[in-house]
Design a binder for this molecule. Structure first.
Ligand SMILES: Nc1nc(=O)c2c([nH]1)NC[C@@H]1CN(c3ccc(C(=O)N[C@@H](CCC(=O)O)C(=O)O)cc3)CN21
Ligand SMILES: CC(C)C(=O)C(=O)O
Ligand SMILES: [Mg+2]
Length: 259
C-alpha cells in the first residue's frame, strides 16, 4: 500500500509470547493452527482441535491489552455442517475473546464467510498454500500456473465481496500477490508471497529463531533456540557444580530447633 506502513502480524500461542509480541508493536496477533507444529509436536496442523484453539486463544487474549487477536478455525471445524461452523467460529469470540477468525478459504467458504460476517464475526480469508489441505497440496508453492493464479484472483475477489476484512496469501508468486493486492480494497497479508502485500506474517517461532527447521520463506531475526539451549546448559551445569542455589536463593530460619 503506497505511502502507508505495512501491516505487521505474528503468531502467538501463549500469554507470555503474546505480551512480548504486543510490546514489539505488532498490529495483529494470529493464534494460528500452526500451534500443532510449533507447540504441540504434530507434523501437520490437522490434529489441532477446537478446544485447543479456544484454550490457546484465551491465553493469548489474557496476555494482551489491546492487540487485534485473530484465531484460526482448525481442520474440519468448518464446512461439514453450517450450524457447527457458526458455533465453532462463535466459540473463538465468545469463550476465548478473539476479535476475528481466520478461515483457510476456497470455493466452499464464500457463503460461510458471508454468513459469519452477517452474524457479526469478522473473517480473515486465507488463500494460496492452505496447510489444512496438506493431503492434496503438500506444502508446495501455489498459484504457479495461469489457471491456478486466476482461481486465486477470483477467490480473493469473491471473499472480499463476501465481507472478509483481510486476506492472507501464503506461498504464492510475488507477482500474483502484487496483482491480488491491487485487485482488492481489503488489505492482503503475505507469507512467502513477496514484498508487495499490504502486510506480512510469520510464525513467531520462525521469526525469533526457535524453530528447528523453518519453511524456506521464513527468516530468523534472532537465535532464541541457541540462547534457550545455553541457558538450560548453564542451569544444569550450575546445579551439578553446586553453584546454584547460592545463598541469595536460600533462606534459613534461625529459630528452628532441628536437633
Ligand atoms: N513453524 C511453522 N512455520 C510455518 O510457516 C508453518 C508451520 N510451522 N506449520 C504450518 C504451515 C506449514 N508451512 C510450510 C512448511 C514447509 C514448507 C516447505 O518446506 N515448502 C517447500 C517444499 C515442500 C513441498 O513441496 O512439499 C518449498 O520449497 O515450497 C512450506 C510451508 C507453513 N506453515
Ligand atoms: C502462517 C499463518 C498464516 C497460519 O495460518 C498459521 O500460523 O497457522
Ligand atoms: Mg493456519
Amino acid at each position: 500500500m503506497a505511502g502507508e506502513d505495512p501491516i505487521t502480524m505474528l503468531t502467538a500461542y501463549d500469554a507470555t509470547t503474546a505480551e512480548l509480541v504486543e510490546a514489539s508493536g505488532v498490529d495483529v496477533i494470529l493464534v494460528g493452527d500452526s500451534l500443532g507444529n510449533a507447540v504441540l509436536g504434530h507434523d501437520s496442523t490437522l490434529p489441532v482441535t477446537m478446544d485447543q484453539m479456544v484454550s490457546h486463544t484465551g491465553a493469548v487474549v489474557r496476555g494482551t491489552d489491546e492487540a487485534l487477536v485473530v484465531a484460526d478455525l482448525p481442520f474440519l471445524s468448518i464446512g461439514a455442517d453450517r450450524g457447527d461452523s457458526i458455533e465453532h467460529a462463535g466459540r473463538l469470540l465468545k469463550e476465548a475473546g478473539a476479535n476475528a477468525v481466520k478461515i483457510e478459504s476456497g470455493p466452499h467458504t464464500v457463503e460461510l464467510t458471508e454468513r459469519l460476517v452477517d452474524l457479526g464475526i469478522p473473517v480473515m480469508a486465507h488463500l494460496g498454500l492452505t496447510p489444512q489441505h496438506i493431503n492434496r497440496l503438500g506444502y508446495a508453492r501455489q498459484g504457479t500456473s495461469q489457471e491456478a493464479a486466476e482461481e486465486i484472483r477470483d477467490l480473493a475477489r469473491a471473499h472480499e465481496e463476501a465481507g472478509a476484512f483481510s486476506l492472507v496469501l501464503e506461498h504464492v508468486p510475488a507477482n500474483l500477490a502484487a496483482t491480488v493486492t491491487d485487485d482488492l480494497s481489503i488489505p492482503t497479508i503475505g507469507i512467502g508471497a513477496g514484498p508487495d502485500c499490504d502486510g506480512q506474517v510469520l510464525v513467531v517461532d520462525d521469526a525469533v529463531g526457535l524453530t528447528e527447521s523453518a519453511p524456506p520463506f521464513a527468516e530468523a531475526f534472532g537465535d532464541v533456540r541457541e540462547a534457550y539451549a545455553d541457558a538450560l546448559d548453564d542451569y544444569v551445569g550450575a546445579v551439578e557444580d553446586g553453584s546454584f542455589p547460592a545463598d541469595d536463593h536460600s533462606h534459613v530460619a534461625d529459630d528452628l530447633d532441628l536437633e
